[in-house]
Design a protein around this ligand. Sequence first.
Ligand code: BES
Ligand code: MN
Ligand code: ZN
Length: 496
Amino acid sequence: MEFSLKQSQPDRVRTACVIVGIQEGGKLSPAGAALDAASGGYLAGLAKRGDLPARAGACTLLHSVPEITATRVAVVGLGKAGELTLKGFREAVAAAVRTAGAGGARDAAIYALEWEVPDTTAADRALQAVIVAGEGAYTFDLMKSDKAPARTGIAKLVIATTSRPTAAEERAVEQADHITEGVALAKDLGNLPSNVCTPGYLADTARALGKEHKFKVTILEQKDIEKLGMGSFLSVTQGTVEPPKFIVMEHAGGAKKDKPVVLVGKGITFDTGGISLKPGAEMDEMKYDMSGAGSVLGTFRAIAGMGLPLNVVGLIPACENMPSGTATKPGDIVTSMSGQTIEILNTDAEGRLVLCDALTYAERFEPAAVIDIATLTGACVIALGHVATGMFSNNDDLARELEGAGQSSWDRVWRMPLWDDYQDQLKSNFADMANIGGRPAGSVTGACFLARYAKKYPWAHLDIAGIAWKSGREKGSTGRPVPLLTEFLIRRTRGA
Ligand code: BES
Ligand code: MN
Ligand code: ZN
């Protein structure tokens, strides 16, 4: 979908569909009122008869509205006056764009910036409108022989304003356009099956991105990983014939002396559980176990595309977790790059084993902050469901930054404890630590394990197990948390 931001007069705009809002009780948004005035009270008449949506998120498509230039008018319900939330705003935009597209329009002008939402700016709403519309336009047909049967829906969306767009609004639309591309990349990588999206495929994707956007990409091969002493990472890849990759991306948008933010993404391209084999039901969804990696690649696409003036490093330990005659066995003890030894009591707790070595590797960049992103624990799905990312941090300022970025990008996080009390659960009789902490607080002990490798810098861990993809009929990657990470990085350039 193509996006732009333009000033126009609602009754004079040349478009296949002009989109306006209506509140409960029949009050039209300013653009809606302009259409009403031009059409001699046509819309108000419909509202009076009860023919316009009364409910938030419902949308009615009108044809042949008198005396206006647009071919169609979509009127979307905004709920009670003064009560529109960001959630409601997003639903209204999605419904309007969907209705307009289904009604045959290929382009539309949406006057959404005037739909006021408490605690948001018009620029925030511009960003959200583009992201939501882009979200709805995504399809995944890379693996179908019958490609996109004559695409339907809106191809060009104008974020329309009645007054001159501000610089902040312009910037927001432009940024959102890049975020949408990043989200789409993360979705594609997640949705691709593990026989296509291998560690090598992730490495090739990184290389191609680096080439397109001129940032440095280094791929460490098995030999290099061995030389670095990443015994923990290597223990996970041991059971598969698919070569592991350790991907390093460096976006140098800031001043040379500025310390980078490091993003670390879990890149398990398939998680069978290893010798601690997972049950069969829904195991196909473990192709999504590289969603952390996908979100780092997606975020790089977004920030490199917008030329973000910040230094950002991306690290992706990528491999498969497979059972075989060479696989790691429960009880095996390995030495991580940090020197700490780990008793692997469950080979299915492999995410932390690849991440801990990446966290140690991150030290060489003298990071301003490190954020790891991982589909780490099923326990996080139980704790927070499919709404919030589980966030853990050793630094209150960093935690607050992520909370703020999550709120405004509507890609929200919820902070969980990282108290020392939980560390006891990781005690091993034979090594420095075990890789599991028992059933209670499974996502907390997973984070506590990682915390032992992240002592040298401000660090946050994002457990995205519940939010990275949807199951069931709507099965598919969500592209989260690309919006969160990008918003976080954008805010850092403002010196927040
Ligand atoms: N990738 C899984 C976590 C997961 C499971 C994410 C289901 C989303 C849905 C991870 O590698 C894993 O298997 N974790 C184990 C840890 C346990 C053995 C301590 C889990 O959650 O069961
Ligand atoms: Mn696992
Ligand atoms: Zn996993």
